[in-house]
Design a protein around this ligand. Structure first.
Ligand SMILES: [Zn+2]
Length: 419
């Protein structure tokens, strides 16, 4: 997944101090202090989950088969109101374990108590882009308080965990934040030198009510107030028309497409083929585990392709060669991390995974793009390396005790349900 899209049948990657120093065929020998034998495995860049709320592992399975407003108002928000910092840590740690076990090496997250999520990232060895979620609902005082918390988190945790944590500001959405508040957020983000992560055009009902209030679409309004640029990643973008897709493309906005979560709550399917053809940088996200119900990017990538083929009535939509790029380098571009991660290239940080090909469903061997895009699952990932650190080997977590994490998260989820 370098710019030339090269593949090697028998490849070697050499790494020094967490940085890739050689990529090529196996003619070259390096005397490594650690050598990983990748025979029978496929090496690729670590997966990038472009939108999630990882601590929502705790709410997995509590609200199924109901529409978004009931899902939020009756099930999720009442539980979230009772969350304590320690709960978020336990849920985030469980989510980090699941991310590693399914091959994700970097995730983009927005939630509450994000200092706890940052601590879980530090413990797990993963890489993450984190934002404290901010909801204002036209209440100036509430907005100021939220922005103060968001700013503090962004300032204090940028570069945390040996530089693996980057921060953003996280205004929740165009329907829960007024244009005035979003102006203040943009100004603050620019002065801090951080990006913005928000939800946009997720539900038809919310999109229509915002358009009625503003007299124009949210994308048009965001363009007019100077909110749109390459430092913004917007999740969902389902209910936007061709003109609005053009606006996102013109300003270099990154989009996090979350097909499974969107279909599960019946919100619709974003027009990703149009976005990609017009140059929008689109990554794929799982969204929170409460609306998915996993964070397996290999599964979601395939579902993304199936949904686009079905939406456009076109079997050529999102072909096998495009998909693996969307969960690696395109996700990195959407998060403005493409100089650091997203491909196996000399000079990049060592965020790599090995997929075990010795599986019935991966036999006989197909071309690697097809294997990754259409056949592989998270449970096929054998080895995970982030920033040069080995986080999983032969499917065993090296930095965390999986059994203890599962036990603790189960206890916390049960206690939360009875609180
Ligand atoms: Zn979300």
């Amino acid at each position: 997944m370098d710019p030339e899209g090269r593949t090697f049948q028998r490849g070697v990657v050499a790494v020094h101090n967490g940085r890739i120093v050689y990529v090529g065929s196996d003619g070259v020998r390096y005397a490594g202090t650690i050598e990983i034998d990748g025979r029978g495995k496929l090496l690729m860049p670590g997966l990038i989950n472009a939108h999630t709320h990882i601590a929502m592992t705790l709410l997995r399975g509590i609200a199924e088969d109901i529409p978004l407003n009931e899902w939020l108002e009756n099930a999720i928000w009442p539980r979230e109101a009772k969350l304590k910092p320690g709960d978020v840590y336990a849920g985030a740690l469980l989510g980090c374990a699941e991310l590693i076990k399914t091959g994700t090496t970097c995730f983009n997250d927005m939630y509450f108590f994000m200092d706890q999520v940052a601590e879980a990232v530090a413990k797990s060895g993963l890489r993450a882009v984190l934002a404290e979620g901010m909801i204002e609902r036209g209440d100036l005082g509430r907005g100021q308080e939220a922005l103060r918390r968001g700013e503090n988190f962004a300032k204090n945790f940028d570069g945390f965990a040996e530089g693996r944590v980057r921060t953003r500001l996280g205004p929740h959405s165009e329907y829960s934040c007024s244009p005035e508040f979003l102006c203040a957020v943009k100004e603050k983000a620019d002065s801090l030198g951080v990006g913005i992560h928000m939800h946009l055009a997720e539900s038809k009902g919310y999109v229509d009510s915002v358009a009625r209030k503003l007299g124009k679409s949210a994308a048009k309004e965001l363009e007019e107030i100077g909110f749109l640029d390459k430092n913004l990643i917007a999740a969902h973008c389902i209910h936007i028309d061709q003109q609005e897709i053009g606006i996102l493309a013109d300003h270099g906005v990154g989009v996090a497409h979350c097909p499974v979560s969107n279909m599960k709550v019946a919100l619709g399917t974003a027009k990703i083929v149009d976005m990609v053809s017009r140059g929008v940088r689109v990554g794929i996200g799982t969204d929170g585990p409460a609306s998915n119900n996993h964070v397996d990017m290999l599964k979601d990538m395939k579902i993304a392709a199936l949904a686009q083929k079905s939406l456009y009535g076109d079997a050529t939509a999102l072909p096998a060669k495009t998909l693996p790029r969307m969960v690696t380098i395109e996700g990195a571009k959407a998060l403005r991390l493409e100089k650091l991660i997203g491909s196996v290239e000399v000079g990049k940080r060592t965020d790599l995974i090995l997929i075990d090909l010795n599986k019935p469903h991966l036999t006989p061997p197909a071309d690697p793009w097809t294997t990754i895009a259409h056949s592989a699952m998270g449970s096929d990932v054998d080895t995970v390396i982030v920033d040069g650190g080995i986080l999983m080997e032969s499917r065993r977590l090296t930095e965390m005790n999986e059994g203890e994490i599962i036990k603790k998260a189960t206890e916390v989820a049960q206690e939360l349900a009875s609180r």
